[in-house]
Design a protein around this ligand. Sequence first.
Ligand code: BDR
Ligand code: CA
Length: 322
Amino acid sequence: MTRPLLIDTDPGCDDAVAILLALECDALEVTGLTTVHGNAPVEETTANARAILEFVDRTDVPVAMGADRPLLVDLETSEHVHGEGGIMGDLPDPGPATRPIETHAAQYIVEQARAHEGDLSLAAIGPLTNVALAVAIEPDLPDLLDELVIMGGAAFTPGNVTPLAEANFHSDPHAARRVVRDCDPTIVGLDVTQRAAVPPELVDGLDGSEGDGPLERSLQAWLTYYEDDRLERYGIDSAAIHDALVVASLIDDDVVETSVYHLEVGADGDLARGALVADANDVTGEEPNGRVAVDADYERYRELVVRSLERRLARTPSDVTQ
Ligand code: BDR
Ligand code: CA
């Protein structure tokens, strides 16, 4: 039996790898991509999501475009990290086959959750605006989902946008606060994703040679998207493929280890904006309201990603040109 999975995303180099990983997994059925502002404006993240689907001949997967800005704060995008248009690599111009459906992403999340009656997993790998809007439309959303897994936040490690905040939570802190308070999430944040690298040399067929086809070239770019100064800053050798760790954790329960905490997100004021706060010493006495990934089996994760990408590449003639 396959598990239905909806991905709320802002592609994004690491989003692209996460989406490929999900599409390649026989145990998952990707029921759609909902798009949100984040790594680029939503028009561009939507075009990128469509292009990824067209790239791998999955134009059957519906795309629903969502929020073009955060709930309250101003829009900020991350082309300085992911490249012009929010993503690196060669991507086809999206054609009519992947034109977004009429339904707004937030409404689509609600409809999919209702349609799958408690079986749907929602992977939120961008700012949480669509998910917050979805829970405003349908307050029972958490009960209608099987699980909500989020890439966001930095509970016990420094942030990547401010000393306290990770990019997805910082982009829309009010949405993050609403979702963390109301949706019983599993948070796979920077604590574990910063080390979720998949060096391209591990993947057979990604030798970076001139003759490589567009998928190989794009994968090279997606797996290495960090500039050197970013690698140095984080003391890592290869780019963090944050969002793929969320999908890997949905495929294999042993990829991340989580602990329950009472969680809150700082939404107001400059310093606390987007900070994920986990009450590890139970000083608030509040009930736990979510799980945070505190460790990961990176070898297991890498094996999963490498195997999937190799399988995908084996079906793609390397001399295909666009
Ligand atoms: C998160 O922010 C985005 O830039 C990435 O796609 C990922 O979802 C990492 O902080
Ligand atoms: Ca993302």
